[in-house]
Design a protein around this ligand. Structure first.
Ligand SMILES: Cc1cc2nc3c(=O)[nH]c(=O)nc-3n(C[C@H](O)[C@H](O)[C@H](O)COP(=O)(O)OP(=O)(O)OC[C@H]3O[C@@H](n4cnc5c(N)ncnc54)[C@H](O)[C@@H]3O)c2cc1C
Length: 523
């Protein structure tokens, strides 16, 4: 257990009469949410953000003139409804564009699979691959929706000591058994129990690979599937959506709300050290040497960055430091953003813009394909044929690019942060070219319409966003790093708190970490 015994908060002598009650290090969405709730409770809060813009991994940047790119995160679903309501995010500009169809998977034999918001349409699609799977599908969805709903009801609370016991009153015995499997099994073992068609299984399994340091048969990947199913958009559990104006509209809306409660937000303000005296935090030092005092310091940075880089060596208990050093943050993902001056044409569905352009597009033809991709990563090299998940936000929000142009986001598994040979700066170009080749097998006109590209390897993600190991969740989501086993909101230092995705309930644009941390502080 990481949870440190609650200590009553008091103002250390070194910080009497500071201008702020709390400083939040990092203007990612969780840091901003913590700031907004503290501001709402009457605290004077300052957020200091290293970059020139807020949002952390949830940003929209004008990467090329006229193209507003979701540099990292690209879809929303997990953002907690209570936060949206409490902080009046709609009033501050937040609007979701539900994704329909949810998925489009083309296969090498020319067939393709859509999954729609409309259940009957999806069933007809599934039946093209297996009548038996079409029969099982509704029950599968119902089962997962019930479990995800029950699980989601625990997210805005402290980590339960026993999650299975916590969900027992909310689920049937059969559902609870299924939940236990989701916590511990591999995504393929889980799906094998429900379906026979390899195409149906691999399409559903993709959510179990995104951000995972594991392959189709690695225990624990079934949980990653559940993690990606527990949100909702437009009242539909498991549905994802694009954000009007890009993902950066989320932190902007939260910042608008936080400012309305008096919070101050400074960009280009990188913290180099947390000030601590007699085991009490009393402020921060910026890279330019400026000291800012406050009796509360709340870090939106991941646990290793917070404790191993910003806290002076020797202050934290040795055993605590050793556990943080062992906390796993190996990233396995890469993001490639493309600017296009035309519409991608699909080999399997030729013609102009259609539903395939509005879906999450998978280049993930078989489980064997993912197994081979994962085998490469396990050996410390980028997958030669990686799993690709692609989205075209301009199909929903054309204003994100100049007229007639599009943006395509490509999320890639697996790109292991730690390479056995070579380094990512040398491999970036080779991997990107290989990815373009793979996409061209399905979208033959890709290179003809390609006008811009940006490739972010796990090392680039670490450099740009400060996420250790390029891990998109601020640390692996594995059972031994979840719930009370994930670093706690409180630290062993009085007045120093953690509010980022490295705390329970983990990564994604969810906001629960920031909310839970603020609640822990406010009591
Ligand atoms: C490539 C990629 C794709 C993703 N796709 C999705 C998706 O589609 N949907 C989804 O829900 N989730 C997605 N995620 C995960 C999600 O984006 C993150 O889990 C989430 O945004 C993290 O938010 P956070 O507030 O906890 O931390 P962060 O966003 O990491 O914020 C931390 C902030 O601290 C700042 N900072 C760092 N060091 C300092 C310092 N020394 N001083 C001051 N400030 C500092 C950083 O600049 C940053 O703004 C993705 C992540 C990545 C990387």
């Amino acid at each position: 257990m990481w949870c440190v015994r609650p200590i009553p908060l008091k103002v250390p002598p070194s910080a009497t009469n500071p201008s702020f009650d709390a400083i939040v290090i990092g203007g990612g969405h969780n840091g901003l949410i913590a700031a907004a709730y503290l501001g709402r409770a009457g605290r004077r809060v300052l957020v200091v953000e290293k970059r020139e813009l807020i949002g952390g991994c949830c940003v929209t940047e004008e990467t090329w003139p006229g193209f507003r790119v979701n540099t990292a995160a690209y879809l929303v679903s997990l953002l907690q409804p209570r936060i949206i309501e409490d902080l009046e995010l709609a009033r501050h500009g937040y609007a979701v564009l539900p994704k329909d169809p949810a998925f489009f998977s083309p296969f090498p034999d020319g067939r393709c699979l859509f999954m729609w918001q409309d259940a009957a349409r999806t069933l007809a699609e599934v039946a093209k691959f297996s009548a038996r799977d079409a029969q099982a599908f509704s029950k599968y969805e119902h089962n997962l929706e019930r479990i995800a709903g029950a699980f989601a009801s625990t997210l805005m609370e402290p980590p339960p000591a026993d999650i299975v016991a916590a969900l027992a009153p909310k689920l049937t015995a059969e559902e609870l058994k299924s939940f236990e499997k989701l916590l511990t099994w591999s995504v393929m073992d889980f799906l094998d129990e429900w379906f026979e068609s390899p195409e149906i299984k691999v399409t559903l399994a993709t959510d179990g690979f995104i951000g995972a340091n594991g392959g189709p048969r690695s225990p624990g990947t079934a949980y990653i599937l559940l993690h990606h199913m527990m949100g909702m958009v437009g009242g539909k559990r498991g549905l994802w959506g694009f954000v009007q104006g890009g993902m950066g509209a989320i932190p902007n809306a939260i910042a608008g709300s936080a400012r309305s409660y008096g919070a101050e937000i400074r960009v280009n303000a990188s913290v180099s050290r947390i000030l601590i005296k007699n085991n009490e935090a009393y402020g921060v030092v910026l890279e330019n040497g400026e000291e800012i005092a406050a009796p509360l310091v709340i870090s939106d940075l991941d646990p290793p960055t917070t404790y191993l880089k910003l806290v002076e060596k020797g202050i934290l208990p040795e055993e605590f430091t050793a556990r943080i050093a062992r906390y796993r943050t190996e990233g396995t993902s890469m993001k490639i953003n493309l600017g296009l001056n035309g519409v991608p044409e699909f080999r399997s569905l030729p013609g102009g813009a259609g539903p395939q352009h509005r879906a999450t597009i998978h280049i993930c033809p078989s489980i064997e394909y993912v197994e081979a991709a994962w085998a490469d990563a396990r050996e410390g090299r980028p997958s030669r044929s990686p799993l690709l998940e692609m989205t075209i936000p301009t199909m929903y929000d054309p204003g994100l690019a100049p007229r007639g142009h599009h943006i395509m986001g490509v999320f890639l598994q697996y790109a292991p942060y730690t390479l056995r040979d070579g380094n990512w700066d040398d491999l970036r170009e080779t991997v990107t070219e290989r990815v373009l080749d793979l996409i061209e097998e399905e979208i033959p006109n890709l290179r003809k319409i390609l006008v811009h590209r940006q490739a972010l390897t796990p090392v680039d993600l670490e450099r740009k966003f400060g996420i250790t190991g390029g891990n998109i969740f601020h640390g692996e989501l594995a059972l031994d790093q979840m719930f009370a086993a994930r670093p706690g909101y409180r630290s062993p230092i009085q007045g120093l708190f953690l509010c980022g995705s490295g705390t329970h309930p983990g990564g994604g644009v969810m906001g629960a970490c920031g909310y839970n941390c603020a609640r822990e502080i406010l009591g």
